[in-house]
Design a protein around this ligand. Sequence first.
Ligand code: HEC
Length: 105
Amino acid sequence: MKKILILLPVAFIVVLSCETKSYTDENGKIDAKAMFIDNCASCHGETGDAEIGGAKNLKLSTLSKDEVYDVITNGTGNGMMAYKNVIKAEAERKALADYVMGFRE
Ligand code: HEC
């Protein structure tokens, strides 16, 4: 019985940390900026051009929006991981691709 009492909160924390964060509010509005800062800025920087650890400068990227979406979804296998299991909603990844396109001048 004691063991169960100890394991319960642990299981609860594990479940909580596995839950993916939603960036879509109750009106269906997607907060792409928060999504980028939470998931991408550690390498790309908040303005997309930090180039930390070989991360491509998103201001200089020549990829099309579809290609950006594909990189976000499937990764490149070369330092840029796939986000399809992190940002699960297709609409959120599309909004993020839009946001990334916005870094270009
Ligand atoms: C762990 C560091 C890291 C994180 C976090 C990261 N990236 Fe990247 N990203 C990279 C690296 C490294 C590359 C270059 C990969 C390559 O050349 O194959 C890259 C490349 C890209 C490219 C391709 C640019 C081009 O012109 O080829 C896009 C778009 C991109 N990242 C978007 C994002 C987005 C959006 C996120 C957040 C969901 C993100 N990245 C999170 C490291 C990261």
